[in-house]
Design a protein around this ligand. Structure first.
Ligand code: MG
Length: 344
């Protein structure tokens, strides 16, 4: 046997789908990571950890970014690294205090390109009203000459009024989203491998902490929030249905979607429900507060196209169902995870 042969996909090695945010990644996390390191805080598998601190609480989170290409319409790896971590803090009810920035740079990386990405990090941090307060820089050997990986961690002060969690969700609650689905994933796919579309597809990467902060301050009854990144809306809804034990009924007609993104997704064979977003939060809110939430979200640039897209139902078994534009019903599955590698 050739010793240089690449490992074949089997049960003993990591494959790209393990990082796709779908079912494969779920199993990697539960069967290996949580089984080795689990504790009460980690086992919750939320976007960040809520930790007690002198009678109050802080939120802590970390994320690594490996997106390819590094720069794309609407953003770059630096903008993602700020927005992703800020949004993970915000959906936990946190007001970001500071971020760390860890850079892993391949030898041969162009300095002007690094400067461009650092400028983008500074701009995104200003938008989110947060600073990079500590960091780390490592250089690794030249593999392709264009490699850059970023890790950001963040700390936030918990808004103590927030009562968020899968256990807060009830049948009858409304499902909201703050705008068009799938723009990030489709923008990346449009530039990858030389595939270009003659349209204005752009990533939606944006910090959502100002909009979420306004929602929390207004006192509306938010039960649960999660940013719909890898695995898209379908991944978040599958988690809600599994963990809360209720069904979800989505209305296809109500889903905000950009017509160009939609056309590109159809051409490429992607289901926009399963495509990554980087500036979208899914909210579960009390039905009586749904309209008020949408009004507050629409006051922000990041929420202009906010909509109520579905509701929580007491179905058995708990399934995520889409009521199609033609009035039919189809079950929305948890994405498997291999469709869009290195999307964030
Ligand atoms: Mg998240």
């Amino acid at each position: 046997m050739n010793p240089a042969a690449k490992p074949q996909p089997n049960d003993d090695v990591i494959v790209r789908a393990h990082g796709g945010g779908g079912e494969m990644m779920g199993r990697l996390i539960s069967d290996h990571i949580v089984s080795a390191l689990g504790n009460q805080t980690l086992n919750a598998l939320t976007d960040g950890a809520v930790l007690p601190c002198n009678g109050k609480h802080i939120v802590m989170t970390t994320d690594s970014y490996v997106v390819q290409p590094l720069e794309f319409p609407g953003g770059d790896i630096g903008r993602l690294a700020v927005c992703g971590t800020v949004n993970d803090l915000a959906v936990m009810g946190g007001r970001p205090i500071g971020l760390s920035l860890g850079l892993i740079i391949e030898e041969g990386f162009r300095l002007d390109r690094l400067d461009r990405i650092l400028d983008s990090i500074a701009k995104a941090a200003r938008e989110a009203s947060v600073e990079i307060v500590t960091g780390d820089t490592k250089v690794i050997e030249n593999v392709r000459g264009d490699g850059l990986f970023i890790n950001t961690a963040g700390v936030a002060e918990l808004d103590e009024r927030a009562r968020l969690g899968f256990d807060q969700i009830r049948p009858g609650d409304a499902i909201l989203i703050n705008g068009n689905l799938g723009d990030h994933g489709i923008a990346i796919m449009s530039v990858r491998d030389g595939l270009e579309f003659e349209t204005t597809l752009r990533s939606d990467a944006a910090p959502l902490n100002a909009m979420i902060g306004d929602l929390l301050s207004s006192g509306v009854a938010i039960r649960f929030m999660r940013d719909a990144t890898r695995g898209g809306l379908a991944g978040v809804l599958a988690d809600i249905s599994d963990r809360a034990g209720f069904g979800i009924e989505l209305s296809e007609l109500a889903l905000p979607r950009d017509p160009h993104t939609r056309a590109a997704a159809e051409m490429l064979g992607f289901d926009l429900l399963a495509v990554a977003n980087e500036g979208k939060v899914l909210l579960v809110v009390a039905d009586s507060d749904a309209e008020r939430c949408v009004d507050i979200m629409r006051e922000h640039d990041t929420g202009r196209r906010s909509a109520r897209i579905g509701r929580v139902v007491a179905s058995n078994p708990p399934l995520v169902e889409l009521v199609t534009e033609h009035g039919g019903r189809r079950i929305v599955q948890r994405p498997y995870g291999e469709e869009l590698p290195r999307i964030c």
